[in-house]
Design a protein around this ligand. Structure first.
Ligand code: FAD
Length: 459
């Protein structure tokens, strides 16, 4: 009987354990992507970017004699229908760890097994599954450095080779048409602009990894902080859709380390930050929605008002903040340091709830990763487990002088007209829309935030 291969965030043929297992069984395999109850909640940019990834994956599958089926509906209903239509008796997938994905997968696994269908899942999306890393006391890690020390010397083995053939069923079941799903519908004008900045698919991802190891890793520790320098791998976009396996990146980083390439260990540490985010999201599912430290529930966070809107539109009047918000809108990405700066300005100077920033990123990032995004925001806001303390408030101007000394990054994004082409016309933004004075000045914002913080602790 055929095997259903349920594809979710694993748009690749190499080091894809579920696909690998299915291929080895010598039975027909039916790969399917489901526009299900979790996917329906994704923001505009992730949904659009996933659509590009699916188109490429579909071609890759055709190269190995297979096809990608597309279905829409609740995951369990779709899988049941497919089972009946195709006579499949097995469903396989690679595991995910964030709350809504886990809830869906648990339901699916239990229902299928109750009905006598074999349901098998595999590790692929992280280096170290959350339950395999435990503190001496048997709990989970809340601080990054001990987590890193616990995992850094583990042997992960070699990534699996690419699957070279998947047997087709006698007849393919019906599939939706990807274009009819119109996954870019919420992007409107923005899609054409962001399209210039994407690197879609497994082959593009591998090129990025090779280029990074050959030309960038040597100087990574310093270059990664410089706003105008293209000094990082850019792989987050591909890792989040599984267009490259995290193990392949780890393996390349380890090899670079052994070859004596300067900053390879710093790169490995960053890969482990991604794992740490999944570790936290698994052990405390509320990471993605609520203050990880409940004492923050009492903080007088501002809601979604004019300040938040000005921040989203890059109209705060602070050059580096507005430049970064434009970078985000135009490219679907933002430099890591800039993410910290815009996060700090929003949650501290504007005292706006981190969730509002987290939601905006979830709507605009093509590398949106529910675990890393939530961890990043809670870290910036001070409400997370291993967070930067709230009273450590970045001064965006000083940071810009240090990490963008010649103002190249600021000019690049503040003078680029692509932003005006990308934003909704209703924003009515033009080159002169930015305020001359910051909406909340740096000194005042800092004072207000610190006063509110002290007040919170006094109460
Ligand atoms: P590189 O510097 O080349 O790093 C290699 C890989 O390590 C990345 O691709 C990523 O998978 C991982 N990594 C690096 N830094 C981090 C980090 N701080 N946390 C978790 N993983 C990391 N990253 C996302 O992938 N998706 C998000 O939605 C996301 N939201 C963020 C929100 C905020 C507020 C902050 C402060 C950070 C966020 N990050 C997020 C982390 C980080 O900014 C990006 O992973 C990084 O900028 C991606 O660029 P790169 O691939 O060139 O990274």
């Amino acid at each position: 009987a055929p095997i259903i291969l349920w594809m979710r965030r694993d748009f690749r043929l190499t080091d894809n354990p579920a696909m690998h297992w299915a291929a080895e069984q010598g039975r027909p395999v039916i790969p399917v992507f489901i526009l299900d109850e979790v996917v329906e909640t994704w923001g505009a940019a992730p949904l659009w970017r996933a659509g590009l990834g699916l188109a490429t994956l579909s071609e890759r599958l055709e190269d190995i004699g297979s096809r990608l089926m597309l279905r829409r509906g609740r995951a369990i209903d779709v899988l049941r229908d497919l089972r009946v239509e195709t006579g499949a008796d097995t469903v396989v997938w690679n595991r995910l760890y964030v709350a809504d994905e886990r809830a869906r997968d648990t339901e699916v696994k239990e229902a299928l097994r109750d009905e006598g269908t074999e349901a098998r899942s595999f590790q692929a999306h992280v280096l170290f599954e959350p339950w395999t890393v435990q503190t001496g006391a048997g709990g989970f890690y809340k601080v990054y450095t001990p987590f890193w020390k616990a995992v850094r010397d583990r042997d992960l083995g070699r990534p699996l080779p690419p699957v070279e053939a998947l047997a087709a069923p006698d007849a393919w079941p019906a599939s939706d048409d990807l274009n009819a799903w119109n996954m870019g519908r919420a992007m409107r004008r923005g899609a054409d602009v962001v399209a210039d900045h994407v690197h879609v698919g497994e082959l593009a991802a591998r090129d990025r990894l090779v280029d990074f190891i050959e030309t960038k890793v040597d100087d990574y520790a310093t270059a990664r902080d410089m706003l105008a320098v293209d000094g990082t791998s850019g792989l987050s976009e591909n890792l989040t859709w599984g267009e490259i396996g995290i193990r392949e990146c780890w393996f390349a980083g380890q090899k670079a380390l052994h070859d004596g390439k300067g900053d390879a260990e710093v790169f490995l540490k960053e890969l482990v930050w991604r794992d740490f985010a999944h570790h936290l999201a698994y052990h405390t599912p509320r990471l993605t929605t609520e203050n990880w430290r409940p004492e923050w529930d009492a903080f007088p966070w501002q809601g979604d008002g004019a300040d938040a809107e000005a921040w989203r539109r890059g109209l705060t009047g602070i050059d580096v903040i507005d430049a970064a918000m434009r970078e985000l809108y135009v490219t679907g990405r933002m430099h890591n340091r800039a993410r910290m700066l815009v996060g700090s300005y929003l949650t501290k100077h504007l005292m706006t709830h981190w969730r509002i920033g987290c939601d905006w990123f979830a709507d605009t990032l093509i590398d949106w990763d529910p675990a890393s995004n939530a961890m990043g925001w809670q870290w910036v806001a001070g409400s997370g487990p291993d967070a930067s303390p709230y009273f450590r408030i970045f001064n965006p101007d000083t940071q810009a002088e240090k990490f963008d000394p010649k103002a190249v990054y600021r000019r690049r994004w503040l003078e680029d007209d692509a932003f005006f082409d990308a934003v909704p016309r209703s924003w009515a933004i033009g080159p002169d829309s930015r305020p001359e004075e910051p909406i909340v000045g740096l000194a005042l914002g800092r004072e207000q935030a610190l006063a509110a913080y002290q007040q919170r602790d006094a109460e």
